[in-house]
Design a protein around this ligand. Structure first.
Ligand SMILES: [Fe+2]
Ligand SMILES: [Fe+2]
Length: 304
């Protein structure tokens, strides 16, 4: 039986407001950037059109969001993001990880990031952020969520995972492999240094993550942050890992970055091999959502 994931990323919901007392340090730069530039590219109507298509095309899928739900981590943004998530899906049907914009400054947790905790852990009553990596099981697929967000310095959009999280990740990957599960890793920042635009936007410990993935193996890695489509096949311990990203889910057509898109990933197993059908769908100039490309991938891995 196949398992379907509906992956989208970086919705950057419209900036719902910010209190004057919250406008200090890096938030001022972020607020100016939103007001002068970003709000013209990230549009609520683009996101609505994309999600309407997603619901129609993949009603049974586990939704996966790889971070950057908000912009400057203000209180009002987190409250609006929670209302948006409540409308979108029950926590058990959506796996969310944070992006750098969800942990924009040091007081993001105080400002309300834990309001999104139910969709990170899958537990409706969760009031605190879960310990990462999180693990969600859907039949024979393990969706493993990493947290690469931290309050980066001014002019940086970097990420980091830290040694403790990487250690737990390696344990989880080995454990899931032992159980014959398809391991889908979620991370906001590009997991490979080669996929990053600029060092100031990169995952600082990408080399350590690469080493864990090479040693322990994984079947798929889904990421966001770059606001671009990407696919890279990478040979890791015992098989082929596919690394996939999508544009921002709210990017209107005709901007500098590719228009909003999402990917429907159907995972099945045939004769000991993982097969992935990836249907990529994108927003067109007339605001309809159409198939952008279809990838037929395989893992070529024999589980014990
Ligand atoms: Fe983003
Ligand atoms: Fe980001």
């Amino acid at each position: 039986m196949a398992t379907t994931l509906a992956h989208f990323t970086d919705p950057h919901l419209p900036l719902a407001g910010v209190r004057p007392t919250e406008l200090f340090g890096k938030r001022i730069i972020g607020w100016l950037s939103w007001t002068l530039r970003r709000r013209r590219a990230h549009r609520a109507e683009a996101l609505r059109a994309l999600l309407e298509d997603l619901r129609a095309q993949a009603p049974e899928a586990l939704m996966v969001i790889t971070g950057d739900v908000v912009n400057i981590s203000s209180r009002a943004e987190f409250a609006a993001a929670r209302a948006w998530l409540e409308e979108l899906a029950r926590p058990g049907n959506l796996a969310l990880i944070p992006g750098n914009h969800d942990c924009y400054v040091g007081d993001a947790v105080k400002a309300g990031l834990p309001l999104l905790a139910p969709w990170m852990s899958g537990v409706p009553a969760a009031a605190d952020l879960p310990e990462f990596p999180t693990v969600r099981l859907v039949r024979n697929v393990a969706v493993i969520g990493l947290n690469s967000a931290y309050p980066a310095p001014w002019r940086e959009a970097s990420g980091r995972l830290g040694e403790a999280q990487l250690k737990r990740l390696e344990r989880i990957l080995r454990d899931c492999a032992g159980k014959g599960l398809c391991r889908v890793v979620l991370v906001h920042h590009p997991p490979l240094a080669a996929l990053s635009d600029k060092p100031r936007k990169a995952l600082k410990d990408a080399a350590a993550l690469e080493a864990v993935l090479e040693r322990a193996g994984a079947e798929l890695v889904l990421f966001g942050h770059t606001h671009r489509w990407a696919h890279l096949a990478w040979s890791v311990n015992g098989g082929m890992m596919h690394v996939l990203s999508a544009p921002s889910a709210s990017m209107k057509p005709g901007c500098e970055r590719p228009a909003a898109g999402w990917q429907k990933i159907t995972i099945s197993r045939r004769q000991g091999e993982w097969l992935y059908r990836v249907e990529r769908r994108a927003l067109m100039a007339d605001m309809s959502v159409q198939q952008y490309e279809a990838l037929h991938l395989s893992g070529d891995r024999a589980h014990p």
